[in-house]
Design a protein around this ligand. Sequence first.
Ligand code: ADP
Length: 517
Amino acid sequence: MQLVLPPGISASAFDSALRAFASVVGEKWVFKTDQDRDTYLDHFGFDQSAHVASAAVAPSSAEEVQALVRLANEHNIPLWPISRGKNFGYGSAAPVLSGSVVLDMSRMKKISMDVENGVVVVEPGVGFYDLYDYVEENNVPYWISPIGNSWGSVAGNALDRGVGYTPYGDHADKLCGLEVVMPDGDMIRTGMGAMADSPCWNLHPYGFGPNWEQMFVQSNFGIVTKLGMWLMPKPESIVNIDMELDQADDLGWAIDTLAPMRRSGLIQQNPSIGNWLRAAAVLTSRTDWYDGKGSIPEEVISAIRQRFNLGWWSINLRLYGPAEITEATANVIQKTFAARTAYPMRRGIWTEGMPREVQPTSGVPITFPLANAGWHGGRGSHVGFSPVLPQSGEKALAQFQRTFARYNEFGMDYHGSFALGERHITNVNQVLFNKDDKDMVERVDRFFSALVSDATEQRYSEYRAHIEYMDLIADSYDFNNHAQLRWNNKLKDALDPKGIIAPGKSGIWGSVRGGRA
Ligand code: ADP
């Protein structure tokens, strides 16, 4: 990709900034060729040329991050921090603002574990596979909470509010204690870490006074250089209950059946109800089933379901704990479902010593779900639209029907799931597309905007957004004339008056870069 300079910066000023960066990290850790820039494109984006880094710089320590941030201020160069840059479907390693320099922290890979308390402190470059290897090799009696694309980092995922599938799956909630380089190059530690050498930094979540931890999540108020996270004690058993729901309308009662069990804590992880395309898109390609234009017709859906033995929806529950408890809980769940339906449930148990399921639900990292990007052939990609809904079967069903009709209207194949948190549902709609198909790319963009406007009408919005849509989604949070966005911009101005750290992240620009104050 050709060079796009940071806004308002001349070629010679840019060169002198890169030379200054090289004086901190060494020449070989400043990446500035066309090929280097390609590495940091959003390969899953519709229009890679809309979000192009001018260069990247890779520090090896928090001190180097501090020095780089100070230099970036001096030279007025926006930095886009990434941990490992594998945030596929949300922007990968690419910045919102073209011309930003990517601050690539994938070299920072230190892991330290307090085994007694089940707490790990990771640097940004630590991937899920790294942490898994560490835990396994050291025989640590804790499990990690991996994600479908475990190529990514533990820190980057938690900082973007990514979710896993074990009872510790709400990663932003499980972080405890951050070390952050502030936009002026200062460094803070949150919570108990505000006291030097506190042994409780990663144990007590708040410290004294206001707790700032969540302020650095999905924000551009600082760069996290260490992240404390609680890990789940290894369970003695896992009982699995899997169920197929035959009709699309079964979604409503299924949610109303699961929700009270999730609220009471009977079910500890976030169960997800997903449709037939979840499995089919990973294991096969669309052309294996259908060559026509438009959404896959009913008879093809039936053929897919038959081949993989799937319902319209599948539910996969996992129960964790001593076998006496997981077995008893499973009995209660099965009895509760039996009162609503005659659909059968498959049940199994894993106990210590048995081979683990190669699934994030068993703390094992995987990447094979990425294969779904190949559904349409060509250079495959996906983008997600994930509004948050109340935990109501009726409302979820209505949302599904609206969304499904939109998929059909735009000729896309429905790929949706409903994950139950303790009090809400996250409705993940995956939009699979082929970047080499111009017509499809153009449709996806219009389709996405239609989904946003339908949801906004219901007063629903997303929990996380692709870099292309951060402004659009931030705009949907409109209470009191966008008071929260105005507040975020005020804070940005106070902390980062030159708009150095990740301008545009979550719709926050700061007034120097045109943000609404
Ligand atoms: P992953 O390593 O899981 O692939 P990314 O590095 O792609 O995650 O980051 C996901 C999102 O979180 C990006 O928007 C990125 O700007 C932000 N982010 C990642 N790491 C940090 C960090 N250490 N400090 C602040 N923001 C970060």
